[in-house]
Design a protein around this ligand. Structure first.
Ligand SMILES: [Zn+2]
Length: 120
């Protein structure tokens, strides 16, 4: 039986640009990528911590993705200097909506313009 979507839920929006966020998917190509995540058109990278208990690890993964899989580079980046962080809480991965009764957290990281160019 389909569950009705409550009026209290809200769409998932990127904290940087306000665009609708795609459903997190499993990331390929890295041993560090334990969490589902994805990318926004504005350049932000995100990872989902479905339990709100793995925040540090999910955030770290996001940093590594932003650093193109390079852990040393990820560790050398400074918040507020090289990148900005955004959090989206109350994420429900079943509905892909924000629900006050859900405890998932999406961690967003976006490199600052003029920061290190990690694509080289
Ligand atoms: Zn965005």
């Amino acid at each position: 039986m389909p569950k009705l979507v409550s009026d209290r839920t809200r769409p998932v929006l990127c904290p940087f640009c306000g665009a609708a966020v795609l459903r997190p998917v499993e990331l390929e190509g890295g041993t560090w990528y334990d969490f589902a995540g994805g990318f926004c058109d504005c350049g932000a990278v995100f990872a989902l911590d479905p339990t709100a208990r793995n925040g540090g690890a999910a955030f770290l993964q996001t940093l590594v993705v932003v650093a193109d899989g390079d852990m040393d580079r990820a560790m050398s980046l400074g918040e507020g200097e090289d990148y900005d962080v955004g959090y989206v809480q109350n994420y429900d991965s079943h509905q892909h909506r924000l629900d006050p009764n859900s405890f998932g957290t999406l961690y967003f990281v976006r490199l600052r313009a003029g920061g290190q160019d990690l694509s080289q």
